[in-house]
Design a binder for this molecule. Structure first.
Ligand code: NAD
Length: 312
């Protein structure tokens, strides 16, 4: 745990580096993998030719390969039917060499994400979006649940900044999507924070934010949160990734928080890029390793070949 500047301290906030934290998480996964000899395999399915999705998928596959996972990229045309996509997912569900399955969102409009995610076997749903995993996480089931990677990464950064004791702190989450806002609020509640969730219809949002010891922003609205929305000394986690067009076809990435203003007031703040983004991929690696370990424990003989290969 680091020491946060006090609210009267004129220093700037400490930048919470997701790049650094993600490198530590993946190094730990690689270490555990070497020790156990269990080598996970991650299958990533991309439907259509959305440029941003293609970059995300390539980054995930590259990271998987870098730490020694098996990786499989399946690219399907935008006009793929629901039945065709289901058949691909069923094949991956039935393939014992695949431990994690991720279908990159958003899908083309004719493919309903909810129904597609329901097709993934919950024990291979390393994104944590399947309703079985959402349910288990929400009720803190004793059965293993995969927790969505972005909120998991945010929690890791919060703990890295101010330690594991969050009991009684006031937390505000802006955004209530199934992939970020809702699970984030749930995790903060599990940590015994007092949690408020704000969204596009929230009134007096600035005032609400000023009550937050921990402020997590996942709105997709560049520069939404200004410096004077932030409680002095707060921990600010900026999930937003917004592509801002520049001259001659260039672009830059910006978060949902006006960084320079916020850094004058907060104690810790995540930069964009280099904050939450790398953590999401690191947590995907962690979840995939956990999936492989669970599969191995459930059926050691089926996975013996994997271990033998890794040892040899
Ligand atoms: P979403 O569009 O599904 O949900 C956005 C939420 O923010 C909604 O609940 C909406 O009500 C709320 N919102 C939007 N504008 C608002 C405003 N002006 N004031 C208050 N609330 C507002 O988005 P999402 O999928 O949750 O993603 C949110 C942002 O996080 C996006 O910029 C996305 O690119 C980014 N993201 C980053 C990562 C990462 O790894 N860093 C992962 C997922 C999403």
């Amino acid at each position: 745990m680091r020491t946060a500047p006090s609210s009267s301290d004129a220093r700037k906030a400490i930048a919470l580096s997701g790049t650094e934290a993600a490198a530590e998480v993946t190094a730990e996964v690689a270490r555990q993998m070497r020790e156990s000899g269990v080598i996970p395999k991650l299958a990533v399915v991309l439907v259509g030719d959305d440029a941003a999705s293609a970059v995300y998928v390539a980054n995930k596959a590259r990271q998987a390969e870098r730490i020694g996972f098996g990786s499989l990229q399946i690219r399907l045309p935008a006009e793929t039917s629901g039945a065709e996509l289901s058949a691909v997912i069923r094949r991956l569900n039935d393939d014992p060499s695949v431990h994690g399955i991720l279908v990159q969102l958003p899908l083309p409009p004719h493919l309903p994400a909810e129904a597609v995610i329901r097709e993934i076997a919950p024990e291979k749903d390393v994104d944590g979006f399947h309703e079985v995993n959402v349910g288990r996480m929400t009720i803190q089931s004793s059965r293993n649940a995969f927790v969505p990677c972005t909120p998991l990464g945010c929690m890791h950064l919060i703990h890295r900044a101010i330690g594991h004791e969050l009991k009684g702190l006031s937390a505000v989450v802006i955004g209530k999507s199934n992939i970020v806002g809702r699970p984030m609020a749930t995790l903060l509640m599990h940590a015994e924070c007092t949690v408020s969730v704000a969204h596009i219809h929230t009134r007096n949002i600035e005032q609400l934010c000023r009550t937050a010891d921990i402020l997590v922003v996942a709105a997709g609205s560049p520069g939404l949160v200004r410096g004077d929305w932030i409680k002095p000394g707060a921990v600010v986690i900026d999930v937003g990734i917004n592509r801002i067009a520049g001259e001659a076809g260039t672009h830059r990435l910006a978060g949902d928080v006006a960084y320079d203003e916020a850094a004058e007031v907060a104690s810790f703040i995540t930069p964009v890029p280099g904050g939450v983004g790398p953590m999401t991929i690191a947590m995907l690696m962690k979840n995939t390793y956990a999936a492989a370990l669970q599969a191995e424990r459930a059926n050691p003989r089926r996975h013996a070949g994997l271990r033998a290969r890794s040892n040899g």
